[in-house]
Design a protein around this ligand. Sequence first.
Ligand SMILES: Nc1ncnc2c1ncn2[C@@H]1O[C@H](COP(=O)(O)OP(=O)(O)OP(=O)(O)O)[C@@H](O)[C@H]1O
Length: 242
Amino acid sequence: MSEAIRLRDVTLSHDRHPAVHHISGEFAPGSLTAIVGPNGAGKTTLLRAIAGLHPVDEGRIERPARIALLPQMTALDRSFPISCLDVAMLGHWRRCGAFGAIAPAGRAQAEAALEAVGLGGLARRPVGSLSAGQFQRLLFARLLVQDAPVILLDEPFNAVDARTAADLLRLVREWHGQGRTVVAVLHDLELVRREFPETLLLARDPVAWCGTEEALAASNRLRARMMSEGWDEAAAACGRAA
Ligand SMILES: Nc1ncnc2c1ncn2[C@@H]1O[C@H](COP(=O)(O)OP(=O)(O)OP(=O)(O)O)[C@@H](O)[C@H]1O
């Protein structure tokens, strides 16, 4: 079930402005890793590049074909008039295509996923009527249906209450226990220390990528903060020699 993701001297940018510089390393098969760093450190850009949704300027990302991404909630349009069950069934999309019929077993799987995240009674509800926490539960249901060996989560516990966060965290632990490779962008360092064995501390450049205690040592956090304070938002494309 587990698969690795390898970054080989990867540089990413937006409109030729650098966002992530020369990062190399591996998310080992079955690992559970947090990506942390200051605002604008390139965490979301990196996650999207791993998912194949952002172009790689330099270097190479080696990744398995099947990856599931939970985007930041704020990046999603919820005005689309579809039901919770429809959203959960979108998790089958990669396997059946845009116009493929979903077999009854696939529908049952989506219904079971809604049950698993505590939305069993809301299958027919339009997504626009959900609270932020219910919507995040729904996106986790879609991840369950996707059933991918690699799962990328962008700030999965933002804007949800403690009970929802605990329920969703339980799913993350289950995925880890099943040997999936899980990577999550997070800001809550206490949560990271408690739950995530590995951490990548990013400040456009990688500051540390190792066991969480070591990565989050005061010296590394200070270095990340100092690097972020020196950022030039108008900088041109990365000029460092590879
Ligand atoms: N669509 C975009 N167009 C232009 N620049 C962008 C775009 N998205 C992000 N950036 C810039 O790229 C850099 C990295 O952004 P990114 O969202 O990856 O950081 P982040 O670490 O996820 O930040 P945060 O913690 O605030 O979510 C920032 O300087 C940001 O302004």
